[in-house]
Write a protein that binds this ligand. Structure first.
Ligand code: SAH
Length: 343
């Protein structure tokens, strides 16, 4: 019999599985508590589970894991990056970023990426596959329990497009949020999307106050088409409509992410266009300094370049934050996660 990875089940699903096998559903809660609250990696550690049941469990299930190959820490102590190998040899990266009192983990949802945004490293080697629920959760569990970090914030901004792997990402979020598992408040979780409209429509159904960030990066279709090919399928006007429906349906305030690319999207006209969209969506804007990616031609920025865009937006009454660059020496920034390794 092929064993199943127990970390791919939500609590409801595991209870159903146990019920089918005439096991009491509360066993599922006990197992969840061991894996997600205590970081157990083996059934044998679960000392309140009867031996007979444990043996049966181990016949049908295993606790999935991903293998850390490299763990890098930035010299300035602001970021860490872990490179993991998956069971089939694919590589993914997970980043931890420190700022003020926050410890934010940046989670990958796919090995590679289909969307090939021209400024991003994740799509450079193409798309490999979706990550399973277990592989998504294992990244955070490793940082929380094996590296003993008290993570405060969880962002789906690593490799891949979270809303293109909606089923597994939404299950992972349910497990993260469940008080019987990790018990993470929805407000501390953020999903970032390149603008996959069907995913935004489904995202509401999650029924949780998870934050949604839209990677906008350009305020008109001509420019966005050239930076983010996904815009040809889901152009700005339709994307804005989907966002409006999302907000009207009770979604939390949106964030528009905007990488400042010198001489590409930082003119007054661009700022005007961005302000209009932000106003219409009552969204805040997060300006992201472009992180240089080897092989890409965008110019690196001076602080003033970002400040110009920031003050232009502030003048229009838009709420703006500027993302600090962390861990440059270990290429820990979003969009630099290429999953490559020099062995
Ligand atoms: N696919 C999702 C999530 C992963 S990317 C998305 O597009 O939102 C997370 C964020 O990093 C996105 O806003 C993305 O556009 C940004 N990003 C990608 N490459 C970057 C780079 N070189 N410098 C700065 N930000 C980058």
């Amino acid at each position: 019999m092929v064993k199943k990875d127990i970390k791919n089940f939500t609590l409801g699903e595991l209870k159903e599985e146990f019920k089918k096998n005439s096991e009491p559903p509360y066993r599922a809660e006990q197992i969840f508590s061991w894996i997600y609250k205590k970081g157990a990696e083996d059934f044998s550690a679960m000392n309140n589970i009867p031996k007979l049941f444990m043996d049966k469990l181990a016949e049908s299930y295993y606790i999935g894991d991903i293998k850390p190959l490299k763990h890098l820490k930035s010299i300035d102590g602001t970021a860490e990056k872990v490179l993991f190998e998956l069971d089939d040899g694919n590589l993914i990266e997970t980043v931890l970023i420190y700022s003020n009192k926050r410890k934010t983990v940046c989670i990958s949802t796919q090995a590679g990426c289909k969307y090939a945004c021209v400024f991003c490293a994740s799509g450079m080697n193409g798309f490999k596959r979706d990550l399973s629920v277990s592989e998504i959760l294992s990244q955070m569990l490793f940082l929380e329990y094996s590296l003993k970090h008290d993570i405060t914030n969880f962002v789906f901004m690593g490799m891949g497009e979270p809303l293109d792997n909606y089923e597994n990402v939404s299950k992972a979020i349910k497990i993260m949020n469940s008080p019987k598992a990790m018990g993470i408040a929805a407000r501390r979780i953020t999903v970032s999307t390149s603008g996959i409209i069907p995913g935004i429509e489904k995202f509401k159904e999650l029924g949780l106050q998870v934050n949604l960030s839209i990677s906008l990066h350009a305020a008109n279709n001509r420019l966005r088409d050239s930076l983010m090919p996904v815009n040809k399928k889901y152009p700005i006007e339709k994307l804005i409509k989907a966002c409006e429906v999302y907000i009207d349906g009770g979604g939390r305030m949106l964030t528009l992410e905007y990488i400042v690319l010198k001489d590409v999207n930082d003119s007054q006209k661009d700022i005007d266009g961005l302000s209009k969209i932000a106003k219409r969506l009552k969204a805040k804007v997060n300006l992201i300094p472009y992180s240089c990616v080897a092989g890409l031609e965008f110019k690196s920025l001076l602080r003033e370049d970002v400040e110009n865009v920031e003050s232009g937006l502030l003048k229009k009454g838009i709420s703006v934050t500027v993302r600090e660059s962390k861990g440059k020496d270990i290429m820990a920034a979003c969009g630099q996660l290429a999953g490559t390794i020099i062995r």
